[in-house]
Design a protein around this ligand. Structure first.
Ligand code: OAD
Length: 233
């Protein structure tokens, strides 16, 4: 393998084979919930109980799922290749870490963390959260929120991601529909800034599929290990 800096963008499709619902597939999360009610700052201000219930349910669901062969293959790529491998995930689950990945940015936050709205402090969190939960920092109830990025909020670590996109020589997008910016614009950014090879791996062509130099379609648990085997050969 000749690549030296690899950036891999992942979305809900990589966790689908673990049994985690995607968002926009026919039976996805947004067919069951109104994103404006559960994934916006305005929705949280209107009905924090509903929003806490939504994330409590999803956080508890993480105990029922495990990394699949796609997560494991990407951890193997980081461990066994000479390239620097950075995973930029839109996912708020912890399946990449549980598979062994260490170099990862959760641009949309993490379900197993909460944040104090009083001072911005971020805490690991494994149980339910409610409007009555006192903040361990300041003792105030109602000041903790899920440490996730809602629609209308700025994703995390955009400077670091921008530098990695500019410097990479391979950009791979896995399991994302390409509907949500800024992640949906990463492939165009890579093409504008450098000469990296670009690959899309997804169940079906995404919104931005025509911008990728190479594509592979199928279930991530099958296509990703095949792709990683090829890179490590
Ligand atoms: P989507 O639900 O929009 O897209 C998931 C993609 O995965 C689709 O293109 C599916 O075809 C594909 N897919 C489904 N099953 C697959 C499988 N077994 N193997 C490979 N691909 C599969 O999810 P995202 O693109 O991740 O943000 O959504 C981006 C953001 O929109 C999320 O982070 C979330 C959501 O609203 C916020 O909540 C802010």
């Amino acid at each position: 393998m000749t690549y030296k800096r690899i950036v891999i963008l992942t979305g809900a499709g990589i966790s689908a084979d673990s049994g985690v619902d995607t968002f926009r597939d026919p039976d996805g999360v947004w067919s069951q919930y109104d994103w404006q009610e559960v994934a916006t700052p305005e929705g949280f201000a209107r009905n924090p109980v509903l929003v806490h219930d939504f994330y409590n349910m999803r956080r508890a669901g993480l105990a029922e799922v495990a990394p699949n062969a796609a997560h494991t293959a990407l951890a193997r790529l980081e461990r066994d290749s000479h390239a620097e491998v950075l995973i930029v995930t839109q996912n708020v689950d912890d399946l990449h870490e549980r598979a062994g990945t260490t170099n990862i940015i959760h641009m949309h936050g993490e379900m197993k963390k909460v944040r104090s709205q009083c001072d911005g402090h971020v805490l690991a969190w494994h149980t339910d959260l409610s409007v009555d939960t006192p903040c361990p920092q300041c003792g105030e109830p109602g000041c903790l929120r899920p440490h996730v990025v809602w629609f209308g909020e700025m994703p995390f670590s955009m400077d670091r991601i921008g530098r990695a996109l500019a410097e990479c020589d391979l950009f791979v997008s896995i399991g994302t529909s390409g509907n949500v910016y800024p992640a949906a614009g990463f492939v165009a950014e890579v093409r504008a800034k450098g000469h990296a090879h670009t690959v899309e791996i997804n169940l079906e062509p995404s919104e931005g599929h025509s911008l990728f130099a190479e594509t592979a379609y199928g279930r991530a648990a099958e296509t990703v290990p095949q792709f990683v085997d090829r890179l490590l050969r």
